[in-house]
Design a protein around this ligand. Structure first.
Ligand SMILES: [Mg+2]
Length: 253
């Protein structure tokens, strides 16, 4: 007789593009900076600029999460990547400051939760599962973002500044479990990036779940293969509504 594994006691969530629709917020921010700083780019190509931003083909953001680049340095490099790719002038320090003002105003005004976030959080609460979040961005930023998106009740347990490195370093997953108060093997982690999130969590001994929302893949160097995920034993879900089911939690709400 084989006993089913015990259900998880805790769920940790990624924030960007998992709980919060950050892709939409970046779209608004990229549209805003393109109108000002890429005057020769027709609006029907703004989507290409967004795609380049999200793909981050030279890995500047990931260098930040490894503690190798400062936050502003990585973002200025990515801003100039857009300028170079789409015919804009290279931004010096003053130009970048002006760019950032436009970018940040539109970005911060556009933080909203995904439609499925509030319900899954309610379902997990009814099931008695502890919930927290773990992010590769800074704690203060992510705390404000959750609050603006109406998810201020989700504690941000670990940001990239907590230990000075981010996912997929196993230490950040283990620290988030410690703060949540649940053992890693009884804790699920769900995020939208297969390698950084689901495989990283699995490598740290958690139950990694990959959230593969339709139309949300980044492309570029990011591993995004559902077959490879399943071959690694990582459950793949298309919506947070599927999360309680793949974790074996009964529908309770
Ligand atoms: Mg994410």
């Amino acid at each position: 007789m084989t006993l089913a594994p015990p259900p998880v006691e805790g769920v940790l969530f990624d924030i960007d593009d998992t709980l919060v629709d950050t892709q939409a917020a970046f779209a608004a921010a990229i549209d805003a900076v393109a109108r000002v700083h890429l005057p020769d780019l027709p609006p029907d190509r703004y989507g290409e600029a967004l795609a380049l931003w999200r793909a981050d083909p030279n890995g500047h953001y990931r260098a930040y999460t490894r503690g190798e680049l400062g936050y502003d340095t990585q973002r200025m490099r990515r801003a100039n990547e857009l300028q170079d790719a789409f015919g804009g002038a290279t931004l010096d320090d003053d130009g970048y400051a002006a760019w950032l003002s436009v970018f940040w105003g539109a970005f911060e005004a556009s933080w909203t939760a995904h439609d499925d976030a509030a319900q899954v959080l309610a379902d997990l609460a009814v099931a008695g599962v502890r919930v927290g979040s773990l992010s590769n961005a800074a704690t203060e930023l992510q705390t404000r973002k959750l609050k603006s998106a109406g998810l201020g009740h989700v504690p941000l347990l670990v940001g990239v500044d907590t230990l000075g490195v981010g996912k997929p370093d196993p230490r950040v997953f283990l620290e988030a479990c410690r703060r949540l108060g649940t053992p890693p093997e009884r804790t699920a982690y769900v995020g939208d990036e297969l390698d950084v999130d689901a495989l990283g969590a699995r490598g740290a001994g958690l139950v990694g779940v990959w959230l593969d929302r339709p139309g949300a893949r980044r492309g570029g160097p990011h591993p995004e293969d559902p077959l490879a995920a399943r071959a690694s034993g990582v459950p793949v879900i298309g919506s947070l509504a599927e999360l309680p089911g793949v974790l074996g939690l009964s529908a309770t709400a």
